[in-house]
Design a protein around this ligand. Structure first.
Ligand SMILES: CC(C)(COP(=O)(O)OP(=O)(O)OC[C@H]1O[C@@H](n2cnc3c(N)ncnc32)[C@H](O)[C@@H]1OP(=O)(O)O)[C@@H](O)C(=O)NCCC(=O)NCCS
Length: 155
């Protein structure tokens, strides 16, 4: 780790709402983690689900984001969570999740749900730590044929 990297590593993480000016950097992170989502999706979350779409910033650099929305009046759905690879494993994903769950609660949600690839053990362990439990599995959910685990937690 060089000087700049170590300075960034020690910098505080700020979580705030996703803004239109973040879209370029969010898309860059999405590409880095092979999300491959349509830019229009980010635009739509910014426009329609701004309160539950959040970013984590470290020294002005976008380190990660979570896109959430109110799926039903009582359920908050986590659509997509991603942390820039160079910023992973320093609890930024955890911070973003804790904050979006807090927002869901404030919006009146009683539970939260999400889907995760069966192979994505890191995300699964993060969600389990937060209290999510597996409630089902959808075979061939993703475009490459992989199954999704459906997880849910009470808020
Ligand atoms: C999944 C992802 C968002 C996690 O982000 P992250 O910032 O690296 O996650 P965190 O550091 O908050 O937590 C995950 C790790 O810390 C552990 N962890 C976090 N907080 C912890 C705590 N308080 N106590 C113990 N363990 C903790 C997790 O088990 C996991 O372990 P690891 O990093 O040693 O493998 C990130 O890896 C990513 O962007 N992956 C690609 C996209 C993706 O898979 N998104 C999820 C789609 S469902």
């Amino acid at each position: 780790m060089d000087g700049i990297d170590s300075a960034l590593f020690d910098s505080p993480v700020m979580v705030r709402r996703l803004l239109p000016g973040d879209l370029e950097a969010a898309l860059e992170i999405d590409r880095e983690v092979f999300g491959g989502y349509d830019p229009a999706i980010f635009q739509a979350f910014c426009e329609y689900h701004g309160g539950s779409s959040l970013v984590a910033e470290v020294n002005g650099i976008l380190a990660g984001f979570v896109l959430g929305f109110k799926h039903t009046p009582f359920e908050g759905r986590v659509f997509w969570l991603a942390v820039r690879p160079t910023f992973q494993s320093r609890s930024i994903g955890m911070r973003l999740m804790l904050e979006v769950l807090r927002v869901f609660r404030q919006m009146g949600a009683l539970s939260s749900t999400l889907e995760v690839r069966v192979s994505n053990k890191k995300a699964q362990s993060l969600y389990s730590l937060l209290g999510f439990r597996m409630i089902g599995i959808i075979p061939s959910y993703y475009s490459d044929g992989e199954a999704a685990i459906i997880m849910k937690m009470r808020l």
